[in-house]
Design a protein around this ligand. Sequence first.
Ligand code: TPP
Length: 318
Amino acid sequence: MQDDSLQLKFYRQMLTIRRFEERCNALYMQGKIPSTLHLYNGQEAVAVGVCAHLSVEDTITSTHRPHGHAIAKGVSLRSIMAELYAKDTGCCRGKGGSMHVGDVSVGMLPAIAIVGAGIPVAAGVALACKQLGNGRVAVSFFGEGATNEGAFHEALNMAAIWRLPAVFVCENNLYAASTPVSWTFKVENVADRAAAYGLPGEIVDGNDVLAVYEAAGRAIERARTGDGPTLLECKTYRLVGHSRSDPRTYRSKEEEETWKLRDPIMMLRRHLLEKEISTETQLGILEQEVENEIKEAITFAESSPEPLPDDVYTDVFA
Ligand SMILES: Cc1ncc(C[n+]2csc(CCOP(=O)(O)OP(=O)(O)O)c2C)c(N)n1
């Protein structure tokens, strides 16, 4: 069992991700944020439980759904919000937008929206860590849809044969956009695929942040101590649509209602109160602090300058 302050930290981080994205969605609907948004609602326990074991020296790769990973890894709310607003103060100087948020100074490579493409990149970072002998690890987050891409299979095989300090975190939210898992692979679990490459595959309840924290701790410890990579499958559910305009006709209201009862943030909140780790009053104060921090990030983004036309080729490889 984790100590009380760590559990409160998990609650704060998960709530920050949820509230931040709720505001992003509203701002998007008002036309203030350009491009597109893929929200992480319902999956917050995965990013928070895994990243709790990582320092800024460790690297993560992410996907088209990266806000939760970025916040959990320590990318500032201000710089993520400014990036969504395409402002010069954004974490990619306004050139990436939602699907490419990241900040190498805290160990998050800008997210890659090509499904599966972050997985071999993480294996490459892990290879560099191993060759440098620096004790660092690389973690890749991806959805179950990505495990049908060749990149996933090549990366896991390479990582296994070279015993790379990598952890592959699959967030199995049951749908790749509108396609249910039962249409795209015959094995029951993504974790079963690890056996084909000779690395451990572990399944965890991805809506239980404490369980994710425990399982990720074991996998990251194995990676750090030279025991090689792990495939960690976190069973979870995306509580909202795939992206900005998704009527969700491919799944039933009953299914959604069942998963809402297992909302990871509500589950942790109940646990904190039942175990008397916190009180309603204390959580109310924490919740207000989170709101204030997000408001401040929005003010920062809105008052930030646009990128200059002269900077169009800065940081661009040609
Ligand atoms: C190689 C590639 N094919 C298709 C797409 C379009 N696309 C974007 S997200 C997505 C679904 C991905 O599903 P999954 O990997 O399970 O992640 P989730 O959206 O569930 O987080 C698809 C097909 C893409 N971005 N890249």
